[in-house]
Write a protein that binds this ligand. Structure first.
Ligand SMILES: NC(=O)c1ccc[n+]([C@@H]2O[C@H](COP(=O)([O-])OP(=O)(O)OC[C@H]3O[C@@H](n4cnc5c(N)ncnc54)[C@H](O)[C@@H]3O)[C@@H](O)[C@H]2O)c1
Length: 334
């Protein structure tokens, strides 16, 4: 019998790409549970929704009864559902971040205590580290989350670890660095730059743009999670694994690369005030992940950015639809 894999948040950016990957490259059956918040978009699963190995459940990971039912039917859980936008957690308050990211994880973990699974993979985030105290950041780097979003991810990360220690649940915690690629909401920096440049609008950069990140192409992340599912459990149970490239690039260079690729002038760069809670530098150590699972990132930044730009060019209706619905929402609330 092929494994049944529950992917929470399947209509979001990383999880939808991961589901497309699982359906194309593995025999696994996939169940997705998603509340379809503003960040969830069923168009992200177009072509997959009618696939015989995908079942989609519209529901909330904070709904304990529903979660118990869904968890009792699966072998592996990949908890990727989250409120994921750093700036939203700063500007609009942390409540949804705490309840979805921490309480939702607790509800899933408690469901696993009742109906055991083969493994439970938690999407944590490199944001839990805060600014790099040393580079590259390995999994022993102190946790100094600098935004409400990051603090809730650190809470879920350590809660999952505690369930491994206390109850022996087969937990694996992954800390991906900054993903980019097709189907990413235009609120995030790379799709924001691409869609702003395609509209000949200014690319707004916080501070002087020197803040750097370790940029991971989303298909590489999908391969990483697949590697975590198939690694021997004794290698990975209770472990924290960075999912990174080991290379960091400043935000201002990303803006230059996007403008260069689209043949737009560098005068489109507009520097605005630094955001609070900014993380200065992020670069991940790749050693542990490679040692324990054999995975390493394959896509160069140039190649990943070219594929990303091509996708946003070809899918203008997708991102224009999101921008228009946000404009309508801001007009009706003002
Ligand atoms: N994007 C990144 O660069 C990055 C980096 C590291 C870690 N992560 C983590 O990876 C995961 C996926 O990130 P993403 O950027 O693809 O997110 P996303 O915001 O694109 O998607 C999140 C999905 O979760 C769903 N969701 C939100 N609240 C829910 C709830 N209460 N119940 C069920 N579904 C709910 C949304 O509808 C959406 O489909 C998150 O856990 C995020 O914290 C993301």
């Amino acid at each position: 019998m092929p494994k049944r894999v529950l992917v929470t948040g399947g209509a979001g950016f990383i999880p939808s790409n991961f589901i497309h990957h699982l359906l194309a490259k593995t025999p696994y059956e996939v169940v997705s549970l998603d509340a379809l918040t503003y960040a969830g978009n069923l168009d992200n699963l177009s072509g997959a929704m009618s696939h015989e190995r995908l079942s989609f459940v519209h529901g909330d990971i904070r709904d304990a009864e529903l979660v118990r039912d869904v968890v009792s039917e699966v072998d592996v859980i990949v908890n990727a559902a989250a409120e994921s936008h750093v700036e939203k957690s700063i500007d609009e308050g942390a409540r949804e971040f705490v309840t979805t990211n921490v309480e939702g994880t607790q509800i899933l973990l408690d469901a696993v205590r009742e109906a055991p699974v083969e493994r439970f993979i938690l999407f944590s985030s490199s944001e839990v580290y805060g600014t790099a105290e040393h580079a590259p950041m390995d999994e022993e780097h102190p946790l100094n989350p600098r935004s409400p979003y990051a603090a809730t991810k650190a809470g879920a990360d350590r809660l999952a670890y505690a369930y491994y220690v206390t109850y022996g649940l087969p937990v694996v915690i992954v800390r991906p660095f900054n993903n980019y690629g097709p189907r990413q909401h235009p609120e995030k920096v790379i799709p924001r730059f691409v869609t702003q440049a395609l509209q000949d609008r200014e690319l707004t950069i916080h501070g002087d743009g020197h803040a750097s990140r370790d940029w991971l192409y989303v298909d590489d992340d999908a391969e990483a999670i697949e590697a975590v599912i198939s690694a021997p459990l004794e290698n990975v149970a209770g472990e924290v694994l960075n999912v990174a490239t080991g290379i960091d690039i400043p935000v201002t260079e990303i803006a230059d690369a996007v403008l260069g690729a689209l043949g737009k002038p560098s005068s489109l760069k507009a520097f605005v005030t630094e955001r609070p809670g900014q993380v200065d530098r992020h670069i991940g150590s790749t050693d542990k992940m490679e040692r324990l699972t054999g995975w390493r990132a394959r896509t160069s930044f140039e190649e990943g950015l070219a594929r990303t730009i091509a996708w946003y060019r070809e899918n203008e209706a997708w991102w224009r639809g999101i921008l228009e619905s946000e404009n309508r929402a801001s007009v009706s609330s003002s």
